[in-house]
Ligand binder design. Structure first.
Ligand SMILES: Cc1cc2nc3c(=O)[nH]c(=O)nc-3n(C[C@H](O)[C@H](O)[C@H](O)COP(=O)(O)O)c2cc1C
Length: 407
C-alpha cells in the first residue's frame, strides 16, 4: 500500500472511459487512484455516458469530466488535459476507441486527448469475444504493442451479453497495480544523463564512396526514446540512419568512427549511463582519396587499418567517465546457439571493461539489422538475462529496467 501511495502521489493521471459495460468498474479505478494521492482527470466518450454518468467520475476525482471537444472559453480542453500527464489509461477500451487510437483520429474529446498525450499509455481492452478475435482488432493491438503502449488484459470470463469467453476487462485492482508499476518504472530514470550511440558509421574511400554496414539505427533510437520517456536526459550520438529523431532527445550527428569517438568523448564525463548501440566500423581505409577515384584507373588497392575502439577506451580509462557511471556495449554476432551468444557477450564484457553487454544475433531473418525484432541476451558481471525473440522496444525496456536496477 505504501508503494502504491509512493507511485501515485502527486501524479497526473488521464483516465479515458469509453462505451462498454465495464465502465462501471472503472469508477473504482478512479476512486482508488484518487485516494492514493493521484490527480485524476477523466475524459469520457458520448457512448461511455450511456453507461455511467459523468457526475460519478467528477465527484470521485474532484474535477469536472471532459466530454466535449469544444468549450466556450479560450482554452483547448484536450491539450490542457493531456499536458503534463504522467500516465494515460484507456479503460474500458472499446474496439472502436482502440481503432481510433491506432488510426490517429481526433474527432471527440477522448480521441483528441489520447492523440495529444506524450506520456506512457495503458490500455485495458473490454469487448465481446468475436470483437476481440476479429483480425482488425488483433492487428490494432499488435500495432499498439509495437508503438510501446502498455496493455493489460483482457481476460476470460463472463461477458455482458451473458456469454463466457475472452474479452472481459481485468479487475480494477489489476489496472491500478499495472499503472503503479508503469509509474514507478517511468520515473526510475528521472534526471539521469544518458549518452546513447546509434546507427552505422561510414568510412570514406574517396569523396563519393565509403565502407559502411547494415545498421538501421533502430535499436539505439528506440532506446533513446524509451529512456527519455522514463525521465532521462538523453544525448543521442547518431551515425547514418533514415530515422526521425525521437522527441525530447538531443541528437549529435557523427559520420565516421573517429567522429563518433570525438562526439562520445565530448559528453562521456557527464553521463550516468553510456549505451553504445551504434555499429562502429572496426576498420577504415588508411587513406581517403581527396578526389573521386576514376573507374578508368582500374580497381584501387584499399588498405584497411583499425579504427579507434571507443568502448574499450571508455572501459579502461576511468578518467573519461563519470565515477560510478554505467557502461553498456552491444555485440552483433552471427552464432546461432544462445549459449555461444552468452559466451561471446561475457568475453566482450571482460576485454572491453564494460558493466553490461547486450549480444544479439545478426544474419537471421528475425534478428539484427533492419528488422523490428532481436534475439538477445544481456550479460552483466553477475547475471545473464536470456531474452529470446523480442521486439527492439521490448529489449530497450528490459535493458533500461536492468540499468535502473544497477543505478
Ligand atoms: C450494452 C452495450 C454494451 C457494449 N459493450 C461494449 C464493450 O464491452 N466493448 C466494446 O468494444 N463495445 C461495446 N459496445 C459497443 C460500443 O458502445 C460502440 O462500439 C460505441 O460506438 C463505442 O464508442 P466509444 O468507443 O466512442 O466509446 C457496447 C454496446 C452496447 C449497446
Amino acid at each position: 500500500m505504501q508503494d502504491l501511495h509512493e507511485a501515485f502521489g502527486g501524479k497526473k493521471i488521464v483516465l479515458g472511459v469509453t462505451g462498454g459495460i465495464a465502465a462501471y468498474k472503472v469508477v473504482q479505478v478512479a476512486r482508488d487512484m484518487a485516494q492514493l494521492g493521484a490527480d485524476v482527470r477523466v475524459v469520457m466518450t458520448r457512448s461511455a455516458e450511456r453507461f455511467v454518468g459523468q457526475q460519478t467520475f467528477a465527484a470521485l476525482s474532484g474535477h469536472p469530466v471532459l466530454t466535449s471537444l469544444f468549450s466556450s472559453g479560450a482554452d483547448v480542453p484536450h491539450v490542457e488535459l493531456a499536458r503534463g500527464a504522467d500516465l494515460a489509461i484507456l479503460a474500458p477500451a472499446t474496439a472502436n476507441s482502440i481503432a481510433k487510437v491506432v488510426a490517429g483520429m481526433a474527432d471527440d474529446s477522448l480521441s483528441a486527448t489520447f492523440l495529444t498525450v506524450t506520456c506512457p499509455v495503458l490500455i485495458a481492452p473490454a469487448m465481446h469475444t468475436e470483437m476481440w478475435q476479429n483480425p482488425a482488432t488483433e492487428h490494432n493491438m499488435a500495432v499498439l504493442a509495437g508503438r510501446g503502449y502498455y496493455i493489460v488484459g483482457p481476460t476470460s470470463g463472463a461477458l455482458s451479453s451473458g456469454d463466457e469467453g475472452m474479452g472481459r476487462m481485468v479487475e480494477p485492482a489489476e489496472i491500478v497495480s499495472e499503472a503503479a508499476e508503469i509509474l514507478a518504472r517511468t520515473s526510475s530514470l528521472t534526471g539521469k544523463r544518458f549518452l546513447i550511440t546509434a546507427g552505422g558509421t561510414r568510412e570514406a574511400i574517396d569523396p563519393v564512396r565509403y565502407i559502411g554496414n547494415h545498421s538501421s539505427g533502430r535499436m539505439g533510437y528506440v532506446l533513446a526514446e524509451e529512456a527519455a520517456r522514463r525521465g532521462a536526459k538523453v544525448i543521442l550520438v547518431s551515425g547514418s540512419t533514415h530515422l526521425i529523431p525521437p522527441v525530447g532527445v538531443e541528437v549529435v550527428k557523427a559520420s565516421s568512427a573517429q567522429e563518433m569517438h570525438d562526439a562520445v568523448l565530448a559528453h562521456a564525463s557527464d553521463a550516468d549511463v553510456i549505451v553504445k548501440a551504434a555499429a562502429v566500423a572496426d576498420f577504415r581505409p588508411e587513406i581517403a582519396a581527396d578526389s573521386k577515384l576514376k573507374k578508368d584507373a582500374g580497381p584501387p588497392e584499399v588498405r584497411l587499418v583499425p579504427t579507434v575502439d571507443i568502448l574499450k577506451e571508455l572501459g579502461h580509462s576511468s578518467g573519461l567517465r563519470k565515477p560510478g557511471g554505467i557502461l553498456v556495449g552491444f555485440a552483433a554476432e552471427t552464432v546461432r546457439d544462445e549459449e555461444q551468444l552468452v559466451e561471446l557477450a561475457r568475453h566482450k564484457l571482460e576485454i572491453k571493461g564494460a558493466d553490461m553487454v547486450v549480444a544479439n544475433q545478426v544474419g537471421v531473418p528475425d534478428s539484427g539489422f533492419e528488422v523490428p525484432t532481436n534475439r538477445a541476451v544481456i550479460v552483466t558481471r553477475t547475471d545473464v538475462d536470456r531474452l529470446g525473440l523480442v521486439t527492439k522496444l521490448g529489449l530497450a525496456k528490459r535493458l533500461l529496467d536492468d540499468i535502473a536496477g544497477l543505478l
